[in-house]
Design a binder for this molecule. Sequence first.
Ligand code: FDA
Length: 302
Amino acid sequence: MLSPLLLAAARSERMRGLVTSVPLTRGVVDRFVAGDDLEAALGAVRGLRDGGLRVTLDHLGEDTREAAQAETTRDAYLRMFAAFDECGLAAGADASVKLSALGQALPGQLALDHAREICAAAGRVGMTVTLDMEDHTTVDSTLETLGKLRTDFPWVGVAVQAMLRRSDGDLRDLVGDGSRVRLVKGAYAEPASVAFQSRHEVDRAYVRGLRLLMEGDGYPMIASHDPRIIEIALALAAGRSPSSYEFQMLYGIRAAEQRRLAEDHRMRVYVPYGADWYGYFMRRLAERPANLVFFLRSFVSR
Ligand code: FDA
């Protein structure tokens, strides 16, 4: 009941103004976001790498309606690659990119052009790029952009959302040699016409997707905190080389489990940073009502 409300609030400018203007929100946001700037992100990355964890960096922002803002986002990624290179943190690191932040909704091929520049810069310092998947209206455009990027940068990966009814078909198209697919449950409010609505159906779809990926020739990225999903993934991965797949989780969620898995498996943490944390934060609240209680309690306990 609460999740749809929170996901609707994630898209509301009025709620954004309200939530982001309250200074106390910050303490709760810090649990999920590494910090406002690159410096803070680098600090978080160093800590994670010391614990044997790999990273993917997300410069926060989405739904850009202005070309200048899309350029600012591109430049933020370019600065991040340069800083990672300078600090010796680039090798094996990944960047997660939302095409909507690069101008996907704007006319022309601005997002593709920016994504190309981002991929070229990432490749030069030994990093990879994975495209995030946003609401269902963007999936065709994101997959089309992925196809174009992969011509020059075959290592570009993409997230696929198990909750979408179309995803079995998309995964079949994506399991080929060299493809990197990040399987997620899906974090957006979607209508029943395009998405499974019950947890049970989404979990079943996730396991179907896992099977397809594990039987394919690509590099599966199992992005879930769900202990049952992780157990099933481990069983399906038996016989695969440990370097042919990886687990992924979000910064601040099940951190002890991240370190435990990293002892025997590749484990990558998705590290978001930047000032535009509102949409990301609201989706994390929607995933777990207990987070909302924690958030509200931070107001009354001061
Ligand atoms: P589920 O929601 O069932 O959670 C399982 C358990 O994990 C919970 O019981 C709880 O213990 C813990 N947990 C999960 N979410 C939590 C939270 N917010 N706070 C505290 N505990 C929590 N989505 C999308 O639509 N497009 C995308 O591109 C991406 N990208 C992405 C990258 C990576 C690396 C990850 C891990 C996830 C995404 N997601 C995403 C988000 C994803 O779709 C999904 O919403 C979350 O991962 C939660 O789903 P779980 O699979 O963890 O299961």
